[in-house]
Design a protein around this ligand. Sequence first.
Ligand code: OOB
Length: 552
Amino acid sequence: MQPITQTWPADLAARYRALGYWRGETFADLLRTRAAAHPARIAITAGARSWSYGDLLIRSERLAAGLLARGLRPGDRVLVQMGNVPEFFQTSFALFLAGMIPVFTLPAHRRTELEHLAARSEAAAIVTEARIAGFDHAAQAHALAADLPALRHVIVAETGAALTGDASGLTHAEHAPSAPPSALPASRPASVAFLQISGGSTGLSKLIPRTHDDYIYTLRESARICGLDAQAVYLAVLPVAHNFTMSSPGCFGALYAGGRVVLAPTPAPEPCLRLIAQEGVTIAALVPPLALKWLDTAERLREAGRLPDLSCLRVVQVGGAKFLPASARRVTPVLGCTLQQVFGMAEGLVNYTRLDDAPDLITETQGRPISPDDEIRVVDDADRPVAPGTPGHLLTRGPYTIRAYHAEPAANARSFTADGFYRTGDIVQELPSGHLVVQGRATDHINRAGEKISAEEIENHLIAHPAVLDAVVVSVPDPHLGERSCAFVLPRPEAETPPDAPALRRFMRGRDIAAFKIPDEIRVVTTLDTTAVGKISRRDLRAALARDAALV
Ligand code: OOB
């Protein structure tokens, strides 16, 4: 089993420690210190269920002991596929306490994605829920384990009840005796705490190893920048496994601050607005398409005299994709709170508009970095710095931006400069204040309502169809989603009946991939050559097709 590491050059690591960014704290310490300081305070609320910090620690310790008792070892990788349920946090902290490494997958992921992530991480186990949104995740996990000998354990959380053993009748993890902390291994703060997955522009998702030191630094600073304290109530609307919801400041940031996490059962605006009033939510995080729905719904409810009392709500964060200034300007008048724009990436760098920034900065920029040691370079195609204020490629390195993906030598050579800057793929303009304005992407992914889709990954699925010669996937502006995906498909000339869009859509569904990756539009074409001049690059072709498609 290949060890999972993430290391910074010794001089920079020493600097980050000396400046107090990395304080040698682990996720296990985080939960233990909070549970010791305020055991009875509520940590997580989901519907009628509330767990105190003490409850969360005890449940996590029991599960950690159960995982060790069934033969899993510190350093083992464990896929976690769960929705917005308290058991997600129990599972995450249990894995941290047992020194195991969660691999945070999304509920939307299907067999194809899970198989890739399990193989890349050499996962020994998967923890999932029986069903999420009607889909049988337990059956999927068992089928996966049956085909992957390394994936030895399937643990199905009966959300709302206990965690049970797998079909082979192993430990009932919840029923294991609580392990005294001395029985659990201690993790090193510089070691990898978990793996996030990249949105990915090229091919399949890559694994992003984040250390205790680097991630907890972002929690501490995010909590401060977003004004969280023990009174904070964070509403988790987007999937909790996503980096934004997890840590910007997200659920872990709220727990870091000793506040409370409220898990929304649905992102739908009306129930969420009611939940805000009921639970006294102080901060919520949304992607732009959802923010627009909330704004429209709140306006409609206000006109009907039915808008819940939102006076507790102090901040609404919007991030994950570009929030247009015209929409951004509606947030404060409609919801009565401060807007905070968040421009981040699972690889590290997170930018926030500050709560006391001038209104124009809040509505027109995507914020500035968390850390004074986040180094920002805006460069041209040859990596030369552009003139100040000119848009260019954003490169970054710093105390919480990774230096490498796990086990991806080719992607690492492409994605990082020789001196360790991460090539974000984003085109930004840097203002004199340090605020960044996102202008677009240089690489080929579709940002569909905050979900990142690699064009190449989808093209490869389409090309797997026996009657398809070639396919190009592009992003098209969409009034609701921000961007939607459009596939141009060239059938094989010898194909007797060229496939039509419905047939291709059925074929894609059969590929067992996340539903958000199925192209929104499929156009069967007779040529992919948009110019008369012979061979052009795939990148130019994508750009040309995207322009054409956007005009239709
Ligand atoms: C967040 O993380 P990822 O890893 O799903 O996606 C990162 C990419 C960025 O490189 C950028 O292309 C885009 O998503 N993005 C934005 C944006 N926030 C993210 N593009 C324009 N405006 C924004 N505000 O999406 C993520 C991670 C942590 C916090 C927030 C978002």
